[in-house]
Design a protein. Sequence first.
Length: 318
Amino acid sequence: MANEVKKVNTVAIADIKNINTITDTNLKKLNTLEFGDPPTAYNVATGGTITTDGDYKVHSFTSSGTFAVTSVGYTSSTVTHLMVAGGGGGGCWVGAGAGAGGMLTGTSTPSVQSYSIVVGGGGDGGLNPGSYSGMPNGDNGADSTYNSLTAVGGGLGGTYTGSNGSEPGDGGSGGGGVVSSDYGSGTAGQGNNGGQGRSEEFSSPPYETGGGGGAGAVGANFSSGQCGNGGAGSANSITGSSVTYAGGGGGGAHDSSPTPGSGGSGGGGAGRVSTTTKGVSGTANTGGGGGGTGNLGSARSEGGNGGSGIVILRYQYQ
């Protein structure tokens, strides 16, 4: 029976190196009783794209998959995680920047099992075909999940097209607003709020919008002639190199006089004034928020899509 042999002459099996010159790695049985598989000093696992950084393995998931743990180390078993959700979609017509996907870091001790990894996609940008009609609202980004943990998708950027407008979305980081009382709220420990838009509530142009929140900073409020920039993302070195994730989207400018907001560091898309060009989409696998877009004349107006998220796991393997 496996694992029945515990000691030989009071010496624990784990401490026995050889018997009659037979090493423990080649010793299968003692008096017909089988030895179990020897424990491993470090975790053994598969899944995602595997790289190494010194004594550590790094599993990067740019799309959904499975992290399969086949052995838990007795010397070192800690797994460090970085989870980023999908960024929100930018607003259109008078469109604010979207919030970045939530960014969640920490550690855990795994067990021998398969863990489902879900990598959140970016939200679609708002779309207006060139009038007040249509379906202008964008979408929040999708959540990323691992081991009962959830990084929350980024909030959509606010949109104003008369009665068809939308509130900015709450999320990992909140979407930017189109009026002073409107901004999306971020999730504590994962992101920040979006910025505010112009307070006059569209009594006359120019119409400035707010930037989406990022993991490292709130989205900027509008200022005279300037739409809000996306909030900065946050740098992390889980792969062995510093990479910035989860930047907010820049606010879009309605009419040509305001300056669109820039995207936040960490993949946030820049805002634009629309003629035929959509707001800049967030960068894939950073969780960046999509840039908002305005409207020039009666042109089609489309906000940038949010960037997809990512899940990265790291542990010592030697």
